[in-house]
Design a protein around this ligand. Structure first.
Ligand code: C5J
Length: 232
């Protein structure tokens, strides 16, 4: 059994976490972003930059599963007829393949294709919620808000890729909706290490303008803490 509550070490301040009111939200840990041949690589990115997030994310995921806490995975992607993909998104830039084009892992960023799926190491188990989102933010055009409200969730521990795009967008959306977001730095990654650093700094700056930044080890330590270290 996990403790009921913890004071989780984080920046800019420690943050009170009531585990029953906390969800682990794992953003877009999909083959399309992490593996060669997917959406991320078509944009010219070095996808190996994202690998560092997988192991720490897996450790927190295992701890949440063991404690019976709420886990939510998200996937960015579009329906096969592209009806939810704005032309402005499809036509953007000069990728080697565009959204919907056939690639080595199936059509790029399309639901149901191999590339759209979550990486094997973090694959959802039965009962875990998977939110399919067409945008960068996980609240836009999804039922994430209702899902969290129904379960009385107040705090989100946020992991995933990429730090400055879908993680930051989701945290900003969540912050405006009244959620306390704690981003786990080592469980997130970017194709651009400097954007990862800045993405985290933007969240925790100005007294935590968008939320807090912590780490996998702090969450594991908190979940494994003795009752004497808990908040009464
Ligand atoms: C991007 C994401 N980078 N999941 N998506 O396009 O961050």
């Amino acid at each position: 059994m996990p403790p009921t509550k913890n004071l989780l070490a984080a920046e800019p301040t420690p943050v009170d976490v009531t585990w029953a009111k906390t969800a682990l939200v794992i953003i877009d840990m999909q083959r399309d972003f992490l593996e060669p041949g997917g959406f991320g690589e078509t944009l010219g990115n070095d996808v190996s930059q994202l690998a560092s997030a997988v192991k720490p994310c897996g450790l927190v995921l295992d701890a949440f599963r063991e404690a019976g806490l709420l886990v939510i995975h998200t996937r960015e992607g579009h329906s096969p007829d592209l009806s939810d993909a704005p032309p402005a998104k499809i036509e953007r830039g000069a990728p080697s393949l565009r959204i919907g084009d056939p690639g080595p892992m199936g059509r790029i960023l399309i639901r149901g294709e191999a590339g759209h799926d979550i990486v094997e190491a973090l694959y959802p188990v039965k009962g875990e919620i998977v939110i399919d989102k067409p945008g960068k933010g996980a609240f836009y055009a999804t039922d994430l808000g209702d899902t969290l409200k129904q379960r009385g969730i107040e705090t989100l521990l946020v992991c995933g890729v990429t730090t400055e795009v879908c993680v930051n967008t989701t945290v900003r959306e969540a912050n405006d909706r009244g959620y306390r977001c704690v981003v786990l730095a080592d469980c997130c990654a970017s194709y651009f290490p400097e954007f990862h650093e800045m993405g985290l700094r933007m969240i925790k700056a100005q007294g935590g303008i968008f939320g807090w930044v912590s780490s996998s080890s702090e969450v594991l330590a908190a979940l494994n803490s003795e009752p004497s270290k808990m908040i009464a």
